[in-house]
Design a protein around this ligand. Structure first.
Ligand code: SAM
Length: 232
């Protein structure tokens, strides 16, 4: 899979993409990341990518012509297929594990990172969809682009050592995951539940299912309601 990221701050991605699962996905050749510096598509020799908003107001807005040039250039780098272009914006559809799974089957994604006051409204016509990583405002789309890339990388085939590590997780089957325990068996007053030490896998599976359901009911009943709605 290929992910191209259009950004004013490509340097922000080193570190996040050079460790752990994303690094492994790159090294295995399962994920190719291309950073495209938006500044290179500036409207003048000073590197101008933004301007004041029409109608007044604070902040600067990223220009549509600059973004259009960057998108066109990025498309020319793609050898096969049609990429899916995603604008990172707090005004987009809220990102979920279901969406991560859906995107993980794409051949090529282009993630467009806004900055400052955001992008010119006409940019919306240049993208396929808009995604928000939550109801809060970040300084730029770089961290949201990292969130998408990380969540997708771990879903790519042969990236995680055990494939079931992703199928048994929180938000799969619209539930939070069951609790985990490791050594020591007793810590202060807290003991590992006896069933986990029993060696009876049928009972362990049953206990885990019950715990997952109980936890979800208590902490995230909205997930169960959403699942009901999806099935209706
Ligand atoms: C300071 S924000 C602009 C917010 C914009 N003025 C608004 O109120 O909707 C700058 C950029 O950060 C990114 N961004 C901020 N919060 C985000 C979120 N929750 N999800 C995705 N992208 C976000 C977007 O790319 C956005 O264009």
């Amino acid at each position: 899979m290929h992910i191209s990221i259009i950004t004013l701050f490509p340097e922000m991605f080193s570190g996040a993409f050079d460790a752990s699962i994303v690094k492994r996905a790159k090294e295995k050749g399962k994920l190719h990341i291309h950073l495209v510096n938006l500044r290179k598509f500036a409207s003048d020799t000073y590197g101008t990518v933004d301007d004041h908003p029409y109608g007044g107001g604070t902040g600067m807005v990223l220009r549509v012509d600059v973004i259009d040039r960057a998108l066109k250039h990025t498309r020319t780098l793609i050898k096969e297929g049609t990429p899916r272009v995603i604008l990172m914006t707090p005004q987009g559809e809220t990102y979920t594990q279901k969406k991560a799974r859906q995107l993980s089957t794409a051949d090529h994604l282009i993630l467009l990172c806004g900055h400052y006051e955001g992008v010119d409204e006409r940019v919306r016509a240049l993208v396929d969809e808009e995604i928000s990583i939550g109801d809060y405002v970040l300084t730029g789309g770089e961290i949201p682009a990292m969130v998408l890339t990380d969540s997708i990388a771990r879903l790519l085939p042969d990236v995680l050592v055990k494939a079931d590590a992703t199928t048994n997780e929180s938000f799969e089957q619209s539930m939070l995951e069951y609790p985990h325990y490791t050594r020591p068996e007793i810590y202060g007053d807290a003991r590992v539940p006896a069933v986990l030490l029993s060696g009876n896998h049928k009972n362990i599976t049953k206990w885990r299912q019950e715990q997952a359901l109980e936890k979800t009911r208590k902490r995230r009943p909205d997930l169960l309601l959403r699942e009901k709605k999806d099935l209706a």
